[in-house]
Design a protein around this ligand. Structure first.
Ligand code: UD1
Ligand code: CA
Length: 453
């Protein structure tokens, strides 16, 4: 089977510099959802029909299995499909999809393709309470589809029909070539309508069948930002339903956003307003507090993210306690039972098990051993303005509050650093190192007082 994706529309109503089919749904272009679905069906070839401003689309979505056909000017959906034909096999079936109908589902399309078989024309249709704007499916006395009439060409009586054309169809390629070459634009919009091929098929005795999608949402198109936002929520709700069906607890399935893939172990709990981006895997019993953002991360069993934590390109072990207000940046690897508290930032660092930084710290380019305690206000000074250096903190180190570790520097096993230390040389194992002026008290000192005027 071959797939044609229509994506030439200007998308004027998006009011955006970004072409319509590149507008993101769940964090990636609408068109990429359609291409992924097409690939899932085992399409032998995909041809995208692009138009005005389409170079950007081509560049973003280029792939070895995608051919590109330019439609310029845009003379209608029939004309658009015609531009794809030189890129496709002469025979076989072609499935027509739309770059701005991103939620179309693989199961629905499989049924449509099956209904089409090798030689039938199969249409995807839906019944709408308000069919305004859509092409209407007209049937004969026996209930067989006879043709499609567009809203603007329809009579009063035809507009009463509530069964509408979604635009998605499967047609035999050899016939399609012939039909499209014979289209006329003698209609209310002066366009070459793809929908006119249905009447042609019927008159030539090619069987026409209609199928319905699993859900109407799958067939909704996007013309403006409001519709895009509507589809985003519908899509997110479907993801939320899948997560819950697999056992995840979502405190409010209307308040989660998955922009990528989210895998959950058993008994995962996710509080409201969390965003998951890229590839995220949560182990058994992981709990994510409200308002967390997690991007490309693997989080071990039983780990807890308290609210407002931000996790990016991070691997966490089991039983960690993170946040609230913690931030792990790319290259963070936490072993088991690591605690990061409020306003702690970790970047490109490995932290071994049972180590803690509970308040206000920056740990960057560091290797932290086991059972290390990093006091409040501790900072690794990893950057001299030109180059970055590593800090090594061995097992069982205790770092007093408000310490600066000026890298490259090593703190030996079991060492203690006194509060306020600026460590610029290695600290030996097992000893107290402190760099701080001795405390003195000045006897008899008095606060200045205001001079009388
Ligand atoms: C089309 C159908 C209508 C159906 C409706 C569903 C036709 C003639 N009508 O109407 O029966 O109910 O979709 O939404 O097909 N496009 C191109 N090149 C063109 C024209 C359109 O690539 O020259 C693409 C658009 O980008 C869009 C899609 O085709 O993705 C549909 O085009 P649009 O003009 O919105 O068709 P409708 O008038 O809504
Ligand atoms: Ca339209």
């Amino acid at each position: 089977m071959e797939v044609i994706v229509l994506a030439a529309g200007k998308g004027t109503r998006m009011n955006s510099a970004l072409p319509k089919v590149l507008q993101p749904l769940a964090g990636r272009p609408m068109l990429s959802h359609v291409l992924e679905t097409a690939r899932g069906l085992g399409a032998s070839r995909i041809c995208v029909v692009y138009g005005h401003g389409g170079e950007q689309v081509r560049e973003r979505m280029a792939a070895p299995d995608v051919a590109w056909a330019l439609q310029e000017p845009q003379l209608g959906t029939g004309h658009a499909v015609q531009q794809a034909l030189p890129h496709l096999e002469a025979e076989g079936q072609a499935l027509v999809l739309y770059g701005d109908v991103p939620l179309i589902g693989a199961d629905t399309l499989k049924r449509l393709v099956e209904a089409a078989g090798t030689d039938r024309l199969a249409l995807l249709t839906v019944e709408l309470d308000d069919p305004t704007g859509y092409g209407r499916i007209l049937r004969d006395a026996a209930g067989q589809v006879s043709r499609i009439v567009e809203q603007k060409d329809a009579t009063e009586a035809e507009r009463e029909v509530c069964e509408v054309n979604t635009g998605i169809l499967v047609a035999p390629l050899a016939r399609l070539r012939d039909w499209l070459s014979r289209l006329s634009n003698d209609n209310a919009q002066g366009e070459y309508y793809l929908t006119d091929i249905i009447g042609m098929a019927v008159s030539e005795g090619v069987p026409v069948v209609a199928e319905n999608p699993d859900t109407v949402a799958e067939t909704l198109g996007v013309n403006n930002k409001a519709q895009l936002a509507e589809l985003e929520r519908l899509h997110q709700r479907m993801i939320a339903d899948r997560l819950m069906a697999a056992g995840a607890t979502l405190i409010d399935p209307a308040r989660i956003d998955v922009r990528g893939s989210l895998e959950c172990g058993r008994d995962v709990e996710i509080d409201v307003n969390c965003v998951f981006e890229g590839q995220v895997a949560l182990g058994d019993g992981v709990r994510i507090g409200a308002n967390c953002v997690v991007r490309n991360a693997r989080i071990g069993a039983g780990t807890r993210l308290a609210p407002f934590s931000h996790v990016e390109d991070t691997v966490m072990g089991e039983g960690c306690v993170i946040g609230p207000y913690a931030r792990t940046r790319p290259g963070t690897e936490l072993a088991d039972d690591v605690h990061l508290g409020n306003f702690v930032e970790v970047k490109n660092s490995k932290v071994a098990s049972h180590s803690k930084a509970n308040h206000l710290a920056y740990v960057g380019d560091a290797d932290v051993g086991e059972r290390v305690n990093i006091g409040a206000g501790t900072i690794t000074c990893n950057y001299d303005g030109a180059n970055k250096f590593r800090t090594i903190i061995e097992d069982d180190v205790f770092i007093g509050s408000d310490t600066q570790l000026v890298a490259p520097v090593r703190v030996g096993k079991g060492a203690t650093l006194g509060a306020g230390t600026t460590l610029s040389k290695d600290a030996p194992a097992g000893q107290l190192t402190v760099s701080r002026a001795r405390q003195t008290t000045i006897p008899g000192w008095k606060r200045p007082v205001k001079k009388p005027k």
